[in-house]
Design a protein around this ligand. Structure first.
Ligand code: NAD
Length: 353
């Protein structure tokens, strides 16, 4: 089972979570995080292993590919890293997904450790064992389940994070709260009015969010059912990202997606309108524009061609109350008719001009 240490200074506990074999260590992260964190990390890892290699790649989702993975593997092979090696994933979700997938298949699988440096990676991407790469057919379509030995989530590592990345992480925290934990939602809501959105992601709320996701994953490690609740906001969110050709951020797309899906839940699951309003207030407080950036016809068309649809049906994870999802007797998703979707998409928010 993955050990999680989430507190200020967590990185310094590397020697607590890993008693090294004599093997070499590959620290895999994008160029930005390698430049930012190598000076701090290197002295710590050097104490634990004889051979430490920092392998970096250009930042961004377009570099989370099979070709990128192959380049890292070839470098590891050339360095003679063997079966007794270890991969340390350093960075945001892109770095962790790629590093984790390298670890999953290198020499048929070697252990990994994660040092997440974005809020999104700490509260979401690091947890749950999913690793993978994107293809021209879609995101994250090739991958493996390969949980790391440990995750060291240090809030101090987030200090250099740009504001837009804080927002991306906060959107996922709101999603997790609405899907499974009312007390986390109350915590986020209580901090919405503070001037600095970073205070919403305090160490307490980060830890809580990690625990909630860990509990969900523990009940559904291979994503056969319950994990679907974590897709709340993502059906419409992904459609918006696709339509924008990824020009709008993931957080922005998921935030608008959550509000639109709340409106659907009002009709299909009796989700109270007042709770949609509270979620809207928190998301606007984070700085999201919740108006849909495309007209309903185009969003509907994109939703209809989503590869995740089952038997031609559009299915969504929808809340019943804040902290509780509907559809637990039905694969944790509900079928949403195109007619209802069209009505909600047309009425819930005007398209941005
Ligand atoms: P990211 O890894 O691209 O990081 C965002 C940007 O922030 C990058 O440019 C990065 O270099 C920079 N950065 C990272 N840490 C920094 C720091 N401390 N200071 C300054 N800059 C920093 O993006 P992300 O939002 O962390 O992750 C998105 C990825 O995660 C997507 O590929 C998504 O598919 C994946 N994901 C995976 C899972 C999973 O379960 N495996 C879950 C959610 C998302």
């Amino acid at each position: 089972m993955t050990r999680i240490i989430a507190r200020p200074g967590a990185w310094r506990e590397l020697s607590e979570v890993w008693r090294p074999d004599p093997g070499a260590v590959a620290v895999i992260g994008d160029h930005t995080v390698t430049r930012l964190f190598r000076p701090r990390l290197e002295p710590m890892v050097d104490k634990l292993a004889k051979d430490v290699h920092f392998l970096s790649f250009p930042p961004g989702d377009p570099h989370k590919t099979r070709a990128g993975k192959e380049r890292l593997e070839d470098r590891m092979l050339a360095l003679g890293i063997g079966r007794d090696g270890l991969v340390i994933g350093l960075g945001g979700g892109v770095s962790l997904d790629l590093a984790g997938f390298v670890a999953a298949t290198y020499m048929r699988g070697i252990p990994s450790l994660y040092l997440p440096t974005t809020l999104l990676a700490q509260v979401d991407a690091a947890i749950g064992g999913k690793t993978g790469v994107n293809t021209s057919h879609g995101k994250n379509l090739i991958g493996a389940f390969h949980p790391p030995l440990a995750i060291l989530a240090d809030p101090e590592m987030l200090e250099s994070l740009p504001e837009a990345e804080w927002r991306n992480g906060l959107a996922e925290m709101v999603k997790t709260a609405v899907a499974a934990d009312e007390s986390l939602f109350l915590l986020l809501e209580s901090r919405t009015k503070t001037a600095d959105i970073r205070s919403m992601a305090c160490p307490k709320s980060i830890r809580r969010c990690m625990t909630v996701k860990t509990d969900i994953v523990r009940q559904d490690e291979r994503e056969h059912g319950l994990r679907a609740v974590l897709n709340f906001g993502h059906s419409i969110g992904h459609a918006l990202e696709t339509l924008s050709e990824h020009r709008i951020s993931h957080g922005e797309a998921v935030a608008a997606g959550m509000l639109a899906e709340c409106r659907i839940a009002e009709i299909l699951c009796g989700f109270p309108r007042s709770e949609s309003e509270r979620i809207g207030t928190v998301l606007r407080g984070i700085g999201f524009d919740l108006r849909l950036p495309f007209d309903s016809r185009r969003i509907l068309e994109t939703l209809r061609t989503d590869k995740k649809n089952r038997a031609g049906e559009i299915r969504m994870a929808l809340p019943e109350r804040i902290g509780r999802m509907a559809g637990n007797d039905n694969g944790h998703t509900l079928s949403v008719s195109p007619e209802l979707l069209k009505k909600i998409l047309e009425s819930s928010a005007p398209a941005r001009s």
